[in-house]
Design a protein. Sequence first.
Length: 229
Amino acid sequence: MTSPDPEPALIAPSLLAADFSVEAARLVEPAADWLHVDIMDHVFVPNRTIGLAEVQVLRKATTIPFDCHLMIVEPEQWATRYAEVGADTVTFHAEASGDPVALARDIRAAGARPGLAVDRDTPVEPYLELLPHFDLLLVMTIKAGFGGQEFVPELLSKVRAARRHVAAGHLRVRIEVDGGIDEDTILAAAEAGADTFVAGTAVFNAQDPIGAVRRLRALADAHVPGASP
């Protein structure tokens, strides 16, 4: 068996940095690969953002693929609903789910790609064997809950461990990083093995958000193994 071809780098601007506005979603649509949409419930994390109704409004306003990141308790009650309203990827936290594999199966049956997230203080190793059931592993490079935090480089050890496991198992699983990703940190994340990059303030605080997305992708493409520059 041969390893699957490496995936190209993807940039997913985070609407958390733009107050989840329709205008921001439309602004980056020409350049972004995915739109990262953070769903927080003020229980799993100490912050509250948007919910199902707001995602439906956003979905009607843009055709860009939605990368919905559920930072909520009891994701079993909500994950499939986000798939049903048009999320392309639905990622939930390992820390919040009693049966991640069953929930991944339900998300896939509802029409979306399932993703598994691990927070800053959660080791990734206990979840590596679950990756055949997922399309994406999200490694937080900050503590989940708020945007604008500083990137923690030590957390890239999780990315390296995941990349080794994915390669050894010939798995087709994207490895996404979220937190403090900008032009200074994306290089290290890509070299560690990430191929999908959530960037909030680095995109929406830039004078030229579209140009910022393109610069980030160019940097990642130069360092993701097998990606085309």
